[in-house]
Design a protein around this ligand. Structure first.
Ligand code: NDP
Length: 680
């Protein structure tokens, strides 16, 4: 019953300022939330002293491994969370988005970090910038963990996903988290956090939970901390304006009210598959999570000539939506999170009805609720605004429930103008099969949206839908949507780190970043680098090969072998007035010849060639030119050994430079090899 907090290494129950939370289905008190008496200064201090210190000692891959283990552990225990989540009025599908969607997001982040980031405690970003004529002064961006804490103030609608999608990038960045769930559904977050702490899979202090008010927490933050907020614009603006947040320029990422739209293309006819897709998508977004979704379609924008048809089709589907206890067979939509939320939705609908018409549902609608107390239920509600270009209310008032407003447009320009009246949204969708119309709508409305989904017959089967944020894509929106950005792949991890431009000599930068930088001092040994195990190899270790003169036979043989008889290699007459002025060797011959020059052929610790990146052919190589290759160990990525791996391995990225007899670079690229390692 008690929804405890977990702070400074212990479970904490408040000192008597208890808030009772009721089940949305039965009205019974199911959770007591109380953070009174908490020492918020110590919560922040503990995160930094204990959790932050341990996280920063771990490499990005070690943090990612911990998150993977945690994700798998939570999946094993998921049945518990479904049971608890049910009390908030969520259907199984709603809870799936929250619970397994959240765990999936965390697992995606773990895999992304292991795949795309080096196994270091910091991140090197982008290419080296050459800042001087002779290349002795260069620059490089790096990102290091902030020695602070990230505070996540979450909304009631996704108590698990809202936590997991934010803590995953923060923990990967090496920054401990303080999670503050909304009181209304804190019991769901608590159920999961209880298991996370019990699992021992995260370092102590990496995750703390505040169930209840946050007291003077924000007063104790400093310039190395980060705050994220999801909820109402009013609270968000108030917290963003907190004097300490402003005085220390503490990054504050906000996701607030968003009046998302979906546009039915002008070209779509009643019998097109897109018409049906549109109707289904709008109804789905109205009913999933009983419309309590930051990404739900609030504004349904359709061609004026088809609005009556759309309205009739929507009503026909909405009439079939059954409300009630989601565990009962056949129930399609659950309740709102509580009676307060029902009251809030009723008030917002009443405000909207001052200028809009009620088409279906509404405050006074009679509807059946199966096997649950009806107090927290609200019926699917369709409104219609016939003058959306002059009436602001449907673009400003968010009824955070199963409510959408239909609005007509007379041209694509009008549709775009109506979409923009939302003043910034998390997501907008276009349902059409006409690529010209799609392009016009997307390019003109994109700057008002964080994400745009185009839905039609080609992608509908596999589409994740209008309302689903994805780990690899940006979630957030400009203006009214809060102006923030979450997820979006590696971007989210970097949000918790400090980007610093490092300037110096190539050798110094190589020493700092552990990556070979062109122009840095290299070292050579008698032993061929391909004969060395991963752990023996040094960054900057280099091999300069013997030389080889390119002959006409090379070109002819390579052309015949590959079937590439491009005139620049074979047609003496055609090349005379061409770009090259002479016959030249195939670029792919050069990289094949280079491999023949630098590869050590014997069986050894190099297992496989992974691929090639950043290939540039810089100068042409003609018949009689002589090439030589320099191979340098550029970057090492240690791979975690999986139970079914025969040996421990790592990926070595090699810089390859091919020169001609005038010491001009003719080609440049990186190759990746999988190399055995000894060290575990
Ligand atoms: P709130 O803005 O009231 O709450 C959001 C979070 O902020 C909760 O965790 C809440 O905690 C916390 N909070 C509130 N006041 C403070 C404070 N003074 N200091 C620190 N934390 C605080 O939003 P609700 O969740 O109640 O939702 C209200 C409305 O917000 C919805 O009806 C909807 O319109 C909108 N909303 C929009 C979302 C979006 O992403 N677009 C998502 C969710 C809601 P506590 O619960 O303990 O008050």
């Amino acid at each position: 019953m008690k929804t405890s907090s977990y702070v400074y290494g212990q479970w904490f129950d408040g000192q008597g300022n208890t808030v009772e939370v009721k089940s949305s289905l039965t009205g019974e008190v199911i959770s007591l939330v109380d953070s009174s008496g908490m020492d918020f200064s110590e919560v922040v201090g503990y995160a930094k002293r204990v959790g932050g210190k341990k996280l920063r000692e771990m490499t990005v891959h070690e943090r990612a491994e911990a998150l993977k283990a945690l994700g798998l552990y939570l999946l094993e225990n998921k049945a518990k969370y479904y049971q608890v989540s049910h009390q908030s009025g969520a259907t199984k599908a709603d809870s799936w988005v929250d619970i397994e969607g959240g765990i999936g997001t965390m697992l995606s982040y773990s895999s992304l970090a292991r795949r795309e980031l080096p196994n270091e405690t910091f991140i090197v970003e982008g290419d080296i910038e050459v800042l001087s004529k002779h290349g002795s002064f260069v620059g490089q961006h790096i990102l290091t963990s902030k020695p602070g804490v990230s505070v996540h103030i979450n909304a009631f609608n996704f108590p698990c996903w809202g936590m997991l999608e934010k803590i995953a990038p923060s923990l990967l960045a090496g920054v401990p988290v303080i999670v503050k769930p909304a009181t209304a559904t804190a019991y769901v977050t608590y159920a999961m956090v209880r298991d996370i702490i019990a699992s021992g899979l995260l370092p102590e202090g990496a995750l703390q939970l505040i169930s209840g008010r946050t007291g003077d927490l924000l007063d104790h933050l400093d310039e190395q901390d980060v705050v994220t907020f999801t909820g109402s614009a009013v609270t968000g603006q108030m917290l963003k304006g907190h004097p300490n947040i402003a005085a220390n320029n503490i990054p504050f990422n906000m996701e607030a009210d968003s009046l998302n739209c979906s546009i039915l293309g002008e070209s779509v006819e009643k019998d097109d598959p897109e018409f049906d897709l549109f109707i289904k998508e709008v109804v789905r977004e109205m009913t999933v999570k009983a419309g309590q979704k930051c990404t739900a379609i609030r504004r349904t924008i359709v061609p004026a000539s088809k609005i009556d048809m759309v309205q009739a089709a929507l009503i026909a589907r909405l009439e079939k939506v059954t409300l009630g206890d989601p565990s009962v067979e056949g129930v399609r939509m659950g309740s709102l999170v509580g009676t307060d939320q029902r009251e809030d939705v009723s008030q917002q609908v009443a405000k909207l009805l001052k200028t809009c018409d009620l088409v279906f549902g509404g405050n006074d609608a009679e509807f059946e609720v199966i096997s649950a107390k009806p107090d927290a239920f609200y019926p699917p509600t369709l409104l219609r605004c016939n003058t959306p270009l002059t009436d602001n209310s449907p673009h400003e008032i968010e009824a955070f429930g199963p409510v959408t407003t239909l609005m007509p447009y007379n041209s694509l320009e009008e549709a775009i103008a109506i979409a923009k009246l939302g003043k910034g949204s998390l997501v907008g969708s276009v349902i059409s099969y006409d690529n010209d119309e799609i392009k016009q709508l997307v390019l003109n409305a994109a700057s008002y949206h964080g994400r745009m989904l185009v839905l039609n017959r080609d992608c509908a089967k596999e589409s994740t839908g209008h309302g689903s944020p994805l780990a690899v894509l940006v979630h957030g929106g400009p203006g009214r949507a809060g102006g923030g950005e979450e997820l979006g792949g590696l971007r989210a991890i970097k949000h918790y780190m400090q980007r610093t431009a490092i300037q110096g000599s190539p050798t110094t930068l190589m020493a700092i970043t552990n990556e070979y930088v062109k122009g840095a001092q290299t070292v050579s040994f008698d032993k061929h680098p391909f004969r060395k195990y991963f752990d023996e190899l040094m960054i900057g270790e280099s091999l300069t090969t013997h030389r080889r003169t390119v002959t006409e036979a090379d070109i002819v043989n390579f052309g015949c072998l590959s079937g590439d008889h491009f005139y620049a290699h074979f047609d003496e007459t055609a090349v005379e007035d061409s770009f090259f002025g002479k016959r030249v060797a195939h670029g792919y011959f050069l990289i094949s010849a280079a491999a023949g020059m630098f590869v050590d052929p014997g069986k050894g610790p190099v297992i496989a060639n992974y691929g090639l990146e950043n290939l540039r052919f810089i100068e042409p190589v003609g018949i009689g030119d002589t090439i030589q290759v320099k191979l340098t160990a550029k970057r090492k990525i240690k791979k975690a050994k999986r139970p079914d791996d025969k040996t421990a391995t790592g990926v070595v990225v090699w810089n390859v430079e091919i020169y001609n007899q005038h010491e001009e670079m003719v080609a440049l690229y990186d190759i990746m090899t999988l190399v055995e390692r000894h060290d575990d």
